[in-house]
Every structure is written in structure tokens, then in C-alpha cells.
Design a protein around this ligand. Sequence first.
Ligand code: NCD
Length: 315
Amino acid sequence: MLQHRHLLGIEGLSKAEITMILDLAELYAAQNRSSQKHSQALAGMTQVNMFFEASTRTQSSFEIAGKRLGADVMNMQMAASSITKGETLIDTAMTLNAMHPDLLVVRHPHSGAVALLAQKVNCAVLNAGDGRHEHPTQALLDALTIRRAKGRLHRLTIAICGDIAHSRVARSNLLLLGKMENRVRLVGPRTLMPSGIGELGVEVTDDMETGLAGADVVMMLRLQKERMDGGFIPSEREYYHRWGLDAAKLAHAKPDAIVMHPGPMNRGVEIDGVLADDINRSVIQEQVEMGVAVRMAAMDLLARGLKAQPEGTMV
Ligand code: NCD
């Protein structure tokens, strides 16, 4: 069981808890490949998905995960909700709370919004991405994908490349991979590195050749244009030339290095489309597959906590 009522970030998780989630997800990954995909871990429970930002894979992945565990799953249509009429996030949450959901999955454009909401409701809250802050299930699914491909999740060299500054995926991965004792390098233009990066204890470079040298894992990030107000990169063509991953740049990594991307991809901007589809190097589809398994594991473990301590003394 997890020592938490919510899954708000990697920050609060111990190494043992991360391993526990991944080990259970491994079982669900096998179950998802069989024809009997259902179990009863969330039977009788209600899961509500509230996505205040666009999402394809994360939302559908949480929905499938909940259904496979036997929950009643509802997707709130946020564009059509009272938020557009001026209702605050907290009022919406309180209204929903009165309907007694057991699990609330939330994505929000503001860092910290999901944690704030978790203080106001009685159910378990899962952070599906808050601003530039955290995206814990993404880091967990990345970790499971790496562990399966490399046979371990420690003492690996992992290059996280591109738009680090705007990326909650980078932040959660940095925390998780650091906890598991890997060597993490951040690679990208200086304008896309967050301030205070020097304090994180990771290697930082703006040169792909240096950053990828000897890497076991090359994790590419989307250029998050919706979070930029211009001036961060010279042009997309120049960006691709210097920081876009293609076969020539990948040649600096280890010969068996894997290529990752959380999606959605800008083909021809941060990654070459042919490389992204190369099943000998790219594990992008496996990341999507592991996403369902990891979310099943996380919700199963939180539900066990709810059953054991319904009033909840856990944080
Ligand atoms: C990421 C996100 O939304 O943070 N996507 C995802 O969840 N698969 C990354 C991104 O939007 O680039």
C-alpha cells in the first residue's frame, strides 16, 4: 500500500513506493496483453476525469485503466462545464465531491492547482499534469518502459532533450530517475532551461553531441509552443538542425540506446519522423502501452488505501 492518499507528484514518493507501483504495473501489462483484461480492484467505485487542458493519450489511458479495473468512469466535459460560466475550480470540485467520487483524475494548466484541489475533496486525487510542475504517471510509465527495455532502472545514463523549461514531464522524470540513482543529462537551448537548474545536481549542455555521448536512453520532449510567448528559439528549422533527434545525432549515444517521447510529437521539429517510427530504436508505442498499466497500478494502490482508511489520515 502507498503511504499517501493522493498521487500528486514524484516528489513525495519513496524509492520503495516507485518500485511497488512499477512491479504491480508489470502484472497489469501482462494482463492487458491477454484477452481477459478485466479485474475488480475498483469495482463499485466511481472515477471522475477532469481535464482542463487538451489531452489525447493521458485522458484515454486513465479512462481505459479505470474501466479495466471495474470502476464507473465519467469524463467531465470541461469546455462545456460551469467553469466557462465563471465557477471557480474549487466550487466545481466541491460540487463533484458531493457526488462521492472515489478517484479524481485532474489535469490543469496551473502548477499547484491539483494539490490545492486535493485539500478540498474527500477522494483520492491523481495529478494528470499541472502546469510545468509534475506529471507523475508519465514519469512512472517512462520508468517502466526503461526498466523493461534495459533490464534495470539504476546506473543508466539518460539524456532528456529539448524544451525542459516548460515540461512537467522533464521535472517528474528528473525526480524519479534521480531517486533511482541514474545519471541524468539535460540537453537543449539555454533559453529552454529552467532557472536554477544548476542547483539540481544534473549535467546541463546545449550541445546534442556532448549530451548524447554514451547515453542509454534518449528522451525527447515536445516543443511546447502553447506555453511560449515567442523568442525562445530562432526558428523551427534551426531548432531541428541543432536539437532535433535524427539518426546522425543518435549515433553519439550507445549503439543500443532507446528513443523515447511522451507525445504528442512535432515530427520534423524535435524528432525525425522515420526515427520515431523505427521499432528497433523507438519505444514510443511501448510508452503508451505502459501508460495504461501504470495508471491501473496507481489507482489500484490508492483504492486499497481508501478501503483500509476510508476517512483517511494519510496525506
Ligand atoms: C505531455 C503533457 O501533457 O505534459 N503529454 C502527455 O501527457 N503525454 C507532454 C506534452 O504535452 O508535450
